[in-house]
Ligand binder design. Sequence first.
Ligand code: BGC
Length: 410
Amino acid sequence: MDMGGTNFRVCKVTLHGTDGKYEITQMDKRIPDALKSGSSEDLWLYIAECMQSFVDRRFISSAELPETPLAFTFSFPVTQTSVSNGVLQRWTKGFDIDGVEGHDVVTEVQNVLHQKVLLHSLFMYDPFSPLFKGLPVQIVALVNDTTGTLIASSYVDKKIKIGSIFGTGSNAAYMERCSKISNLSRYRLPDDAVMAINCEYGAFDNNRQVLPFTEYDIEIDRTSPRPGQQCYEKLVAGLYLGEIFRQVLVEIHHNGGVLFRKQDMSQLRKPYVLDSSFLAAMEADKTENLHACNTLFRGVLSISASVHELRLCHDIARLIALRSARLYACGIAAIMKKKSFDSCHVAVDGSVFSKYSSFPERVMAALREIMEWPADTNDRVRLVPAVDGSSVGAAVIAAMITRPVRTKGW
Ligand code: BGC
């Protein structure tokens, strides 16, 4: 199961072994907005129902379920004392559900999956009846999406050293020797033991000492469900790019009225009405008169913009996206510097990376600057689109837990 910021995915993964081959059957559902600020019971029940519908559609049989180790990719910051539990530190990406922060999400989800079995067993126990719904699955691993991406991609590409997400949220993971992790110094671990580090660097600079925040960033933070949290992420990630853009346009309209004079601003006044795909579509319009942008403004915002106005909006979108790409590159560069990686592949998953065509090149340009690679050398980093997201990585982790193997080569 994979719960990201936007979608929930259930998939069955069959791993073929060390040749890096696998089969995947998956089912994606968009998480309804109402669930992101509803009750935890409703959210967990939704997850259980998606699992149930995966079984109903015969992607996996009920008979296979008890034998199949289940990994749960949960793309939020958790405190983990074992691979199969995790206490949610705080919701991010606009989620705001009471009573989960400070609790073990594995226990909560597992309970709902089992309760479902219990309820159905009590009231309609008949294993041959189509009404019998049972989910006798056991969550064996809780995995962050960055860790899943790292493991999935390194299953097929041995040069991968960093797994990263550049989508609704932003974050990265890498492998570290346990002997270098001060929190682990009290455990006697073998010298060559390694552990995945989920950086959670979306929370970088939460006390706003380093990054240059604009008034729009401060407003986005102030009006978010968790002010003062994920401050770096709020400058970079897809969830916020459209909203930054919207706020800038509304401000220009108000101050001096040079933009959208006498236009109906009611759509543009709605917070989060634009997502990063709006900016991506604008930037993809390379025509002189910005025809596609014009259609977008009419269609999504009911605004008829002049070519001059569209050019200004186009420039603003470019600046916001450029800032995001350059700041995203800082996170990757930070890991490379910390680990003294001279060259590597970085697996990247997420909608901004895969759907915003100018992003990868902008990130690379920023990396060249930060890492100060000589102009005449080849790039020492390759950003590689992640293989089937984090789900395959979660499956590899589940397989390693049920049949432990030694990790080599990190
Ligand atoms: C979460 C991370 C996650 C990232 C990308 C952030 O909001 O805190 O755990 O990896 O989003 O999904």
